[in-house]
Write a protein of this length. Structure first.
Length: 529
């Protein structure tokens, strides 16, 4: 199979670990809008890739896993790295929570069916993850004929927009106090979202993954909800008292809402999502009108239904979330995370077109809370699965399709787990890793202390990631003071290839995730003496 790939037009990128390959493939798909393929050997090659594939499923990527498989005559005979339905975890070769479609290709004549199923899956707007296992003998067997290409007429699109749903929503919100709650699923409808907000004079809040879907500089912007979010959202909603909230492309799950009832309107939710199973689950006791639709198509139709108004020079009210006050750099002592975020805002967000990735942990809290984006597609965070390592390896996939750099903001724990710096060096990918180096698993450390526990095994030996980067052929620089931070970050952004910026931070600065900690306490995660 490797020989066939080498002779094909497919660009092959060889990562150091299968999880890194799957993380990168998920982000390559989202950045390009096209499917990506992950190719692994059998056995541990498959199981190593599973975490990244779960991320792809939760993030709405289009990824096909093509793996080796044990041939039928050898199954059940203790073959090396045996890979067959009876030998691996349930669901590896069947549709379910991980794969939308999965099969073992036993004969070339199956290709027509497999190609058709894959082609139909790739038309899904909310992502598609598939697995095709190919036994070793079949991999080297020449095809008697090319598989039939599916006709466009055979490929049925997903359920279309129901005009009755649009009319019902328009009747509910016209002349009412409405708030808008936008998520990652609305990233393709940023223009329509702004038009709707301005026409309704409605405040907009976003999920962590939805940062930038609505400009965070707009006067109608409330802020981010959930993990790392802004307290101003609840305060201004309490003043505004919305009757309905129109939820667009977010599951409003635990890390988006923290199930905070202060975010709920008086009358009910109107929840628009391509997945019909999403509406009504996060707040099952709240009146919810569910609409299955692609957000952009729905908003286009809704705007046609609502009465047009003269463009306003400015909204009648301003909810605008102010940028955090910039902190003055200090000469001595480790870098405060808020100062690091200020420099990232100035040099990376405002000073370039780079994508910014946040890895699981305190990196999410700091970037979500402190950075401001004015358009979609520049901030990526894995909230649905929360896999450490995704924010450090996913940027490789994005960098292959994005015009500018990809910048990963991650902790030292994640950097030690899975970073693929060597892969970036091999393909000269313009990725910058900004390591929040506090010699600990910071989120666990802060969380345990907040809950009244004594942290256990949260410390990490001090690592020089700049030295590690140089050992792998990348550029690297270590920063131990706030005075050096700006110049070092500029150097990283000007470098033509991969660069690791190792920032030694103050480990004792409180992290903006009190809402999440309070939620855990509500669930009973507290010390009991």
């Amino acid at each position: 199979m490797s020989d066939a790939l080498n002779r094909s037009r497919i660009k092959v990128v060889h990562t150091r670990h299968e999880a890194g390959a799957a993380f990168a493939a998920a982000e390559a798909s989202l950045a390009s809008g096209r499917p990506s393929v992950v190719f692994t050997t059998s056995g541990p090659g498959i199981t190593n890739a599973l975490t990244g594939l779960f991320v792809a499923r939760r993030e709405g990527s289009k990824v096909i896993l093509v793996s080796g498989a044990t041939p039928a005559p050898s199954r059940g005979r203790w073959v090396f790295q045996e890979s067959a339905p009876h030998a691996l975890l349930g669901g590896i070769y069947a549709a379910g929570p991980l794969f939308h479609y999965a099969t073992i290709l036993e004969h070339g004549d199956q290709l027509d069916t497999v190609v058709t199923r894959l082609a139909r899956g790739m038309r899904c707007t909310h992502g598609f993850v598939a697995h095709v296992g190919i036994p070793t003998p079949l991999q080297s067997q020449p095809l008697e004929r090319e598989p039939r290409r599916p006709d466009a007429l055979e490929l049925r699109s997903e359920r279309g927009l129901d005009p009755n749903d649009v009319a019902r929503v328009a009747a509910l919100i016209e002349g009412r106090r409405v708030a808008l709650w936008a998520g990652f699923g609305a990233r393709g409808a940023s223009r329509q979202l702004r038009l709707l907000a301005e026409r309704l004079d409605a405040p907009v809040m976003c999920s962590p993954r939805g940062k930038g879907v609505f400009s965070e500089e707009h006067p109608l912007y409330l802020g981010v909800t959930g993990f790392g979010g802004h307290q101003e959202v609840q305060e201004r909603l309490a003043e505004y008292e919305p009757e309905y909230t129109l939820v667009l492309g977010t599951r409003i799950g635990e890390l988006t809402s923290c199930w905070d009832r202060a975010l709920l309107p008086h009358e009910g939710l109107i929840h628009v999502d391509v997945d019909p199973e999403v509406p009504g689950l996060s707040f099952p006791d709240v009146s919810t009108l569910g609409v299955q639709a692609e957000v952009g198509a729905f908003l286009d139709a809704l705007l046609e239904r609502l009465p047009s108004t003269e463009p306003k020079p400015e909204p009648s009210r301003s909810f605008g979330l102010a940028r955090p006050e910039a902190m003055t750099p200090r000469r001595l002592g480790p870098v405060r995370p808020s100062v690091l975020m200020d420099r990232l805002q100035d040099i990376v967000v405002d000073g370039s077109q780079a994508m910014v990735f946040a890895d699981a942990g305190n990196s999410i809290a700091w970037t979500v809370n402190r950075l401001r984006f004015d358009r979609p597609g520049r901030f990526r965070v894995n909230m649905g699965w929360g896999s450490m390592g995704h924010g450090g390896t996913g940027p490789l996939g994005a960098a292959m399709h994005h015009a500018d750099k990809a910048v990963a903001v991650l902790g030292d724990g994640a950097m030690l787990m899975n970073c693929e710096v060597s892969t970036a060096v091999q393909y000269n990918l313009p990725v910058v890793w900004v390591v929040i180096n506090d010699s600990q698993y910071g989120m666990i450390e802060h969380g345990m202390r907040s809950a009244g526990f004594s942290p256990v095994e949260t410390s990490i030996p001090r690592t020089d990631f700049a030295m590690m980067a140089r050992a792998m052929g990348a550029e690297g620089r270590r920063v131990e003071s706030e005075e050096d931070l700006g110049h070092a970050l500029e150097q990283a952004m000007e470098a033509p290839g991969p660069f690791v910026l190792d920032v030694v931070i103050d480990p004792d600065v409180p992290v903006p995730m009190s809402r999440r900690l309070n939620q855990l306490k509500d669930q009973g995660v507290v010390r009991v003496d």
